[in-house]
Write a protein that binds this ligand. Structure first.
Ligand code: F6P
Length: 512
């Protein structure tokens, strides 16, 4: 049933009306167990939800909404490989990429074997590149899910990256990016990974052609050694002239593809075992999502909290605050994951929905954000839920730095909640500002895998409750089509039929 037609939705609306006066400070004062009650562990992650505008009664109503909208059945349909991506008539099986070999029977046994029959040679290739001292630079050319995931993971796992190799990520069609990277490279020392699920994306294909041109202009001849493709479109990669190709399948969404061949730069960086650990961490979170009772299921609780905030308390955005510099690309990664998944205005049947969907996600690593936009989080007019991520153990040996970092992240969550009432005017902090705190013991391939799978599943949960298809992205197409037209007009100068503003801009950029 559509969420807003359910009794649970009506009950939540009534509950929200009463919730107006909710105050975290009062809630903590009234319930000494609040922190414990609303915290939980999941594989590799400790989560404290107690500084959120919620309580056990609210969670119970949200769980009821999950029941009445068929969340568990939808989740199980995904894990059975059903074609839940109905507008593209595809299954959604990024989770299969981290499923242990031979661990499934029935219809999924064959695709699972295909996964491992692809993973093994890919990891062997990764190890061969790691062992090849001549290759000092790996350039991943890809955009969106073919860039954000591997870039985020290679950065996050910098402590596990093989010494003596540099990793570059080129995504933008803006030639300044590729040119800037090529400047410091030698053809004989460089491996280009052309990463594109479709192998048709204009930015990636333009960058790939320019990279090939540069390679040949530097006297490079052995394309087979210096270029590999990561794609579902093996034929197009061959047509491009690439012989080393690692494939994946249409049931892997781009923004869910870091676990597939798109993860090759990660495997080269951290090694075959490291990549297996990355997959295993995510798989542990898959099992938690599949088996934990809804009320003790962390992706479910976070996804439902997102629905509560978006549809009942009308908070329009969420700020991601990773307090570890290696996690600095996590907010950008999560922006695509959640906003490309749930930024939808129609339900799975194409009917316009009458309620809000994806929040706006934004954020920077801590403590940087504190000196940028935390002013607004503390004293602005909007209430913006914050999601802090921290790592208990550091891997550097600089004294005092990590203690200060952890002190700041705990203090920021505290300050948002407590506020400061005794000062008026400019120095008044309203407080009662919500936050979630996710803590990893250490940042490893496994814990990162679990953290990212947690985010994937929470996005699944809110999208499922909203009844939208979280796995298509038709909204990206119009701009691409118009860009093709404008590009042709850039060359021809023909502005006939364009709106006056675009015509004038076209003339201006063409320099007339
Ligand atoms: O345009 C959006 C998108 O299709 C994303 O969903 C995807 O991750 C990205 O472009 C890149 O697509 P591809 O991997 O096919 O080049």
């Amino acid at each position: 049933m559509r969420c807003d037609q359910t009794q649970a939705w009506t009950a939540l609306q009534a509950h929200a009306d009463l919730f107006g006066g909710f105050d975290l400070r009062t809630a903590f004062a009234a319930d000494a167990q609040r922190a414990q009650t609303l915290s939980q562990t999941a594989p590799f992650v400790f989560a404290d939800l107690s500084k959120n505008h919620t309580d056990t009664a609210t969670e119970a109503l949200l769980i009821e909404l999950a029941r009445q909208t068929g969340l568990a059945a939808h989740r199980d349909a995904m894990f059975r490989g059903e074609r839940i991506n109905n507008t593209e008539d595809r299954a959604v099986m990024h989770w299969l990429l981290r499923q242990p070999e031979g661990s499934l029977t029935g219809e999924l046994a064959a695709p699972l074997q295909q996964v491992h029959d692809t993973l093994k040679p890919m990891l062997a290739y990764a190890e061969s590149i790691r062992a090849d001292a001549q290759i000092t630079d790996v350039v991943n050319i890809g955009i969106g899910g073919s860039d954000l995931g591997p870039q985020m993971a290679v950065l996050a796992l910098q402590d596990f990256v093989i010494p003596g190799k540099r990793f570059h990520f080129v995504s933008n069609v803006d030639g300044h990016e590729l040119a800037g990277v090529l400047k410091g490279l030698k053809a004989e020392n460089t491996l280009f990974l052309i990463a594109s699920k479709t192998f048709t994306t204009i930015e990636t294909m333009t960058n790939a052609r320019s990279a090939l041109g540069w390679f040949q202009s530097q006297g490079g001849t052995d394309v087979a050694l210096h270029f590999a493709a990561l794609t579902t479109n093996v034929a197009a990669a061959a047509e491009f002239g690439i012989r080393t190709t690692f494939g994946f399948w249409d049931w892997v969404g781009g923004r869910y593809s870091v676990w597939s061949a798109i993860g090759l730069p990660v495997a080269i960086a951290i090694g075959a075992q490291g990549f297996k650990d990355f997959l295993a961490g995510a798989h542990a979170m898959d099992q938690h999502f599949q088996t934990a009772p809804l009320a003790a299921n962390l992706p479910v609780r976070l996804g439902l909290l997102d629905v509560w905030y978006r549809n009942f308390l009308n908070y329009t955005s969420r700020s991601m605050a990773p307090y570890h510099s290696a996690l600095r690309r996590v907010p950008a990664y999560l922006q695509q994951l959640e906003m490309e998944s749930n930024g939808k205005r129609v339900d799975r049947h194409g009917q316009a929905v009458s309620y809000e969907t994806s929040p706006v996600l934004w954020g920077e690593p801590g403590t940087n954000g504190q000196h940028a936009y935390f002013q607004m989080l503390h004293q602005g007019t909007d209430v913006v839920p914050v999601e802090f991520m921290a790592v208990k153990k550091s891997t550097h040996n600089l004294a005092n730095h990590h203690e200060l970092l952890l002190a700041n992240v705990i203090a920021q969550a505290q300050a948002l909640m407590l506020g400061q009432a005794d000062e008026g005017g400019h120095k008044h902090f309203p407080g009662n500002r919500p936050s979630t705190f996710l803590l990893l013991d250490e940042l490893t391939p496994a814990s990162l895998g679990a953290l990212i799978a947690l985010q994937e599943h929470r996005v699944f949960v809110s999208g499922s409750v909203w009844g939208i298809n979280s796995f298509d992205q038709w909204g990206v197409e119009l701009g691409k089509v118009l860009a093709k037209d404008i590009h042709a007009r850039m060359l021809s100068g023909d502005a006939k039929g364009l709106d006056a503003s675009s015509a004038a801009l076209l003339q201006r950029v063409r320099g007339h």
